[in-house]
Design a protein around this ligand. Structure first.
Ligand code: UD1
Ligand code: PEP
Length: 422
C-alpha cells in the first residue's frame, strides 16, 4: 500500500498548475449520458474517482477514450444497460450522479445506494424525492434504487422541487434530469457551488435551457433531446485552497496557475486575516507567507460560505498558528477524524460535538499518521510539510481519490516528499 514520506521544514516556492475540479468533472462525465452524440470533456483531472467513473460508464456499454492531455471522449450512443452496480458505487459516492441522466434519457435506471462513508451517513433521500416529484416511480430494493417512468410515459415531468436542505449532488442530479423533462422544473434551495454553475454551463452547451445557476433558484425548461459538445472543466477550487494552505503553513511564495480566486473568497479572507498575502492575478492566484500565522475561527457552510472540503486543511494552519481558534463543522457529522492524527504530531485540539477547539503550538514533530478520508489526508500532508523530522502518511488511497499528482506538485515547489510502497 502506498504511503507518503515527508521530511518537513522546507518552504514552498515556485509555481504549480491547478487541475480540473473533481467535483465538476464527475457530474460532467455523467452529463454525457444525457445524449447519444459524442461529448468531449477537457481538463479532466487524473484521479482515482475519475477512473472509477469511467469504469462505471464503460460498464454500461458506453464508448470512452482518454487522451494524454486530459480530454475524455464519451459516446453514450450505444448505452446498453442503465445500471450502476454496488461494486463500483461503493468506492465512489458520486456514482449516484448517473441516476438522473439515465432515468431522464432511458426512462429507467438501477443504481446502487451509495451507503454512508467515513465523514457521515450521507443519505440520498432528496435525490429520490425530487425524481419522484418529476413523476418517476422509485423503489429501493436489495440495496438498489430502481427507478422508472410510469407505463406509457416517455419523459419525466417538470416540477417545482424544494429540497429539505442544500445538497450539491442532489441539485446536480435533479438539474440533469430536468434538462430532458417535459415542461419547466424549478429547483428551490438549490446549491450554489461553482461546480453547479460549471455543470449548468456544460448542459447549456449541449442545448439545455437553464437559468439561475449560481443562485438558490434554478429554472430548467426541458427539451426533447440534447446534443454533443466539447467542454473544459473548471479549475479545482479545493485543490487550489489546499495548496494555498500548504504554502501559508510552510512559508514561501508560489503561483497557483489557473486557480480561481473568485471561487475561494471565504478561504482567502481567512488566509489574509491569518497573515498570508494572497493576490488574484490573471494567471491564477499568488500566495506568500512568512513567519507564524494568527489562528482563525471559522464554521463550514454551503457556498459561498467556508467549504467543508477545506476544513481539515485550514485546521492544520490553526494548529501551528499563534492563538486559540474554534472550528465548527456544520455539514457532515463525522468530519474531524484528522484531529486524533494531528494530535499525534503534537497538535492541541479538543472536540466537543461539532466544534473543535484548537490551541496553537509553535512546532509539530513528525510521526506515522493514518489518512481516514480525502481531505483529512491533505491536512496530514500539510502538517508533515511543517513538522520537524519525518512524517509518514499511511492509507493515501484516500488522497489519490481526489488529488492529481499531489506529491509531484509539492516536489515542484521544493517539498521533500516521496511516495513509498510497502
Ligand atoms: C462529488 C461531490 O460533489 N461531493 C461534494 C458534495 O457531496 P454531496 O453532494 O454528497 O453533499 P451534499 O451537499 O448532498 O450534503 C450536504 C448535507 O446534506 C445531507 N443530505 C444530502 C442529500 C440528501 O439526499 N439527504 C441529505 O440528508 C448530507 O448528509 C449532508 O449532511 O458536496 C459536499 C458538501 O459541500 C462536499 O463535501 C463533497 O465534496
Ligand atoms: C467529500 C468529498 O468527496 P465525495 O463527495 O466524493 O466523497 C470531497 O471531495 O472532499
Amino acid at each position: 500500500m502506498d504511503k507518503l514520506l515527508i521530511r518537513g521544514g522546507r518552504p514552498l516556492n515556485g509555481e504549480v498548475r491547478i487541475s480540473g475540479a473533481k467535483n465538476a468533472a464527475l457530474p460532467e462525465l455523467c452529463a454525457a449520458l444525457l445524449t447519444g452524440e459524442p461529448v468531449t470533456v477537457r481538463n479532466v483531472p487524473r484521479l482515482q474517482d475519475v477512473a472509477t467513473m469511467l469504469k462505471l460508464v464503460r460498464n454500461m456499454g458506453v464508448q470512452v477514450d482518454r487522451d494524454e492531455d486530459g480530454a475524455v471522449r464519451i459516446d453514450a450512443g450505444k448505452l446498453s444497460s442503465p445500471e450502476a452496480p454496488y461494486e463500483l458505487v461503493k468506492t465512489m459516492r458520486a456514482s449516484i450522479l448517473a441516476l438522473g441522466p439515465l432515468l431522464a434519457r432511458f426512462g429507467e435506471a438501477t443504481v446502487s445506494l451509495p451507503g454512508g462513508c467515513s465523514i457521515g451517513s450521507r443519505p440520498v433521500d432528496q435525490h429520490i424525492k425530487g425524481l419522484q416529484q418529476m413523476g418517476a416511480e422509485i423503489v429501493v430494493e436489495h440495496g438498489y434504487i430502481i427507478a422508472k417512468l410510469p407505463k406509457g410515459q416517455q419523459r419525466l415531468r417538470g416540477a417545482r422541487i424544494a429540497t429539505d436542505m442544500v445538497t450539491v449532488t442532489g441539485t446536480e442530479n435533479l438539474m440533469m434530469a430536468a434538462t430532458l423533462a417535459d415542461g419547466e422544473t424549478i429547483l428551490e434551495n438549490a446549491a450554489q457551488e461553482p461546480e453547479i454553475t460549471d455543470l449548468a454551463e456544460m448542459l447549456i452547451a449541449m442545448g439545455a435551457k437553464i437559468e439561475g445557476h449560481g443562485t438558490s433558484r434554478i429554472r430548467i425548461q426541458g427539451v426533447p433531446r440534447l446534443s454533443g459538445c466539447t467542454y473544459r472543466v473548471v479549475a479545482d477550487r479545493i485543490e487550489a485552497g489546499t495548496f494555498l494552505c500548504a504554502v501559508a503553513a510552510a512559508g514561501g511564495r508560489a503561483l497557483l496557475r489557473d486557480a480561481r480566486a473568485d471561487h475561494l473568497e471565504s478561504v482567502i479572507e481567512k488566509l489574509r486575516a491569518a497573515g498570508a498575502q494572497v493576490e488574484s492575478v490573471p494567471e491564477g492566484i499568488r500566495v506568500q507567507s512568512q513567519g507564524r500565522l494568527k489562528a482563525q475561527t471559522f464554521r463550514t457552510t454551503e457556498y459561498p460560505g467556508f467549504p467543508t472540503d477545506m476544513q481539515a486543511q485550514f485546521m492544520t494552519l490553526n494548529v501551528i498558528a499563534e492563538g486559540a481558534s474554534h472550528v465548527t463543522e456544520t455539514i457532515f457529522e463525522n468530519r474531524f477524524q484528522h484531529v486524533n492524527e494531528l494530535v499525534r504530531l503534537g497538535a492541541r485540539i479538543q472536540v466537543d460535538g461539532k466544534v473543535a477547539v484548537i490551541e496553537g503550538v509553535p512546532r509539530l514533530s513528525g510521526a506515522t499518521v493514518m489518512a481516514t478520508d480525502l481531505r483529512a489526508s491533505a491536512s496530514l500532508v500539510i502538517a508533515g510539510l511543517v513538522a520537524e523530522g519525518e512524517t509518514l502518511v499511511d492509507r493515501i488511497y484516500h488522497l489519490d481519490r481526489g488529488y492529481d499528482s499531489m506529491e509531484k506538485k509539492l516536489r515542484q515547489l521544493g517539498a521533500d516528499i516521496e511516495r513509498v510502497s510497502s
